[in-house]
Design a protein around this ligand. Structure first.
Ligand code: ADP
Length: 542
């Protein structure tokens, strides 16, 4: 028997319409690429998005066409999120930190028609404009006064001119909720990048679930500053969630150093932020060095790679900012788990709570997860057995864009490539990515545990643990360390620091000190590069 309820497709445009209607005066503040602060309301942003939707139509953008962006976090980028997807085209957020060759490859693969870009990427776009094969229209996201006097980009258009040219009235079209809405490529540490093509339905469901109190807990009372870029899995869905709940949004533009972020947190009364661990290091160093505090910030969401417990401790104990550890991936839109403690765990002593918080957390409703052994057999959720993590759910990819790489699913589950444990309370903990795991004499050593310990040493700024070749054990852990400026630390002292904290045989065989650890386009440590760099390293135990 069919129910007698309304059939309303879940469309991204409904999020903006809701924000305009019910939170029209709520502010969206952006530090622009140009350096100044821009303020608008959801009402204005919605109106400009409609104008842009009209302008896109007049540029010839049709249903399903891909429209690319190379842009920082800002209101114009947000307008495109809605104008493009809302009118039935597909927003493709290109990662500007990639090598120009990769940008060309991805834009061609996606068959992008139009490219919108920020002023800071003018040189990059000038370098690739003649090489991309499908982009016909280039739009610089600025106003007339800042358009370059001369450029090699053919027929370069001005964003503000387009907004002005678009008629005020635009009725967001209604279509099937399974229509593609946006496209993100994985960073492709091995092989070519692959695209995850999200739908309106998957995006709206992801937004609903991520806003729940036991997930990322968004509310109209929040002032949210997404540090995670809008080109990294849609800034973890924040531009959608903020509209759904009516929160004030603060965009940092390209200014992601500790001082710029802290100034903006304080000036705009930011209550919650989100980003990968490496960006918080800069912020913490700045706050520490200048003896500052956070006046309004109470929460920060950390994910994308493991949050070292030392960082959690610093935020929580020194600055009264609660850390919410979360896990996800491009293929999951991205949210999978959030580490929100259960009631009975809140009563635990601080140290035990910190151990729990270092886990990646519980599955949010909608995401089903399990761990399996090498033969694909289910492993128990006892917090001890570790195996590959598999997931499924309405915002998990079924296949990559254009079927790249074949069918990724195993009996209907998506293999994440992460190795994890799940405890009796449902808390998942990643011990490694399967390609980073260290196999010592047939046994696995989790590099994340070792890194977390090293990062707790006061002289350590960053640490990565990689597998180094060993004649007897095949692989043994090699610790690569960046010291904090002005700090002293010897190999012996570093190794001694592991005493009593882990099983003896997990202790790294060697420590090397480096100036810096290579970071990828989304701010994560590139262990594959480190492995190449230390391929010939001879361990003292060898
Ligand atoms: P990329 O492969 O481009 O880095 P993602 O940004 O989608 O793509 O990264 C997803 C991966 O990042 C996960 O599979 C996992 O290995 C890692 N990751 C994400 N969040 C966490 C976390 N909180 N702790 C540890 N690893 C994480």
């Amino acid at each position: 028997m069919n129910a007698s309820m309304m059939q309303q497709p879940l469309l991204i445009s409904s999020l903006l319409t809701h924000a305009e209607r019910h939170h029209g005066d709520q502010e969206v503040v952006s530090r622009r690429v140009e350096g100044d602060i821009h303020r608008c309301t959801y009402r204005e942003l919605a109106q400009r998005s409609r104008r842009m939707a009209n302008a896109l139509a007049s540029l010839g953008v049709r249903f399903g066409n891909r429209v690319a962006t190379l842009a920082w976090n800002g209101y114009r980028h947000m307008e495109l999120y809605y104008a493009v997807s809302g009118s039935g085209a597909v927003l493709h957020t290109l990662n500007p930190r990639l090598h120009p060759d990769q940008v060309v490859w991805i834009a061609d693969h996606a068959e992008d028609q139009v490219l919108f870009f920020d002023l800071s990427f003018l040189p990059l776009v000038e370098a690739v404009a003649g090489r991309v094969s499908t982009i016909k229209t280039f739009v610089l996201m600025t106003d007339r006064s800042r358009m370059p006097a001369s450029t090699t980009i053919p027929g370069l258009l001005c964003y503000e001119d387009l907004v002005e040219s678009g008629a005020d009235r635009f009725d967001w079209p209604e279509f099937d909720e399974n229509t593609a809405s946006s496209l993100c490529y994985t960073s492709g540490t091995t092989g070519n990048p692959k695209g995850a093509l999200y739908s309106h339905r998957s995006t709206v469901l992801h937004t609903l679930a991520s806003a729940l109190p036991d997930a990322l807990c968004w509310s109209a009372r929040d002032v949210i500053l997404p540090v995670v870029p809008m080109f990294h899995v849609n800034a973890w869905g924040l531009p959608y969630a903020a509209c759904m709940v009516g929160a004030k949004l603060v965009f940092p533009g390209p200014f992601l150093d500790g001082k710029s972020l802290h100034d903006l947190f304080e000036a705009e009364g930011v209550t919650v932020s989100a980003g990968v661990p490496t960006v918080w290091q800069g912020l913490l160093a700045h706050v520490e060095a200048n003896n500052l505090k956070f006046r309004t910030m109470r929460r920060t969401i950390i994910g994308g790679s493991a949050c070292p417990p030392a960082m959690m401790r610093a935020f929580q104990e020194r600055y009264d900012v609660q850390v919410l550890h979360a896990w996800g991936m491009t293929e999951l839109s991205p949210l999978g788990t959030a580490c929100v403690l259960k009631k009975h765990q809140l009563e635990l002593p601080v140290e035990e709570r910190l151990v729990l918080q270092a886990k990646q957390g519980r599955a949010v409703y909608g995401v089903d997860m399990k761990i399996v052994d090498d033969e694909g057999r289910d492993l128990p959720h006892d917090g001890k057995a570790s195996g590959e993590l598999l997931v499924r759910g309405p915002w998990v990819i079924r296949s990559y864009f254009k079927g790249e790489g074949g069918d990724p699913l195993v009996n209907g589950w998506f293999p994440t490539g992460d190795v994890a444990t799940i405890d009796g309370d449902g808390f998942m903990q990643i011990t490694d990515r399967s390609k980073d795991v260290i196999k010592s004499g047939g046994e696995w050593i989790g590099s994340i545990d070792l890194e977390n310990i090293a990062m707790a040493h006061p002289a350590v700024a960053m640490a990565a643990c990689i597998a180094a070749h060993h004649p007897k054990w095949d692989e043994r852990p090699l610790l690569v360390v960046v010291k904090k400026p002005g700090s002293e630390l010897t190999r012996h002292e570093m190794l001694q620091f592991f005493d009593g904290k882990i099983a003896k045989w997990w202790t790294p065989d060697d420590v090397v000190f480096v100036e810096s650890i290579p970071l990828g386009a989304t701010g994560k440590m590139q262990k594959n590069k480190l492995r190449d760099q230390f391929r010939e390293h001879t361990l003292p135990t060898a």
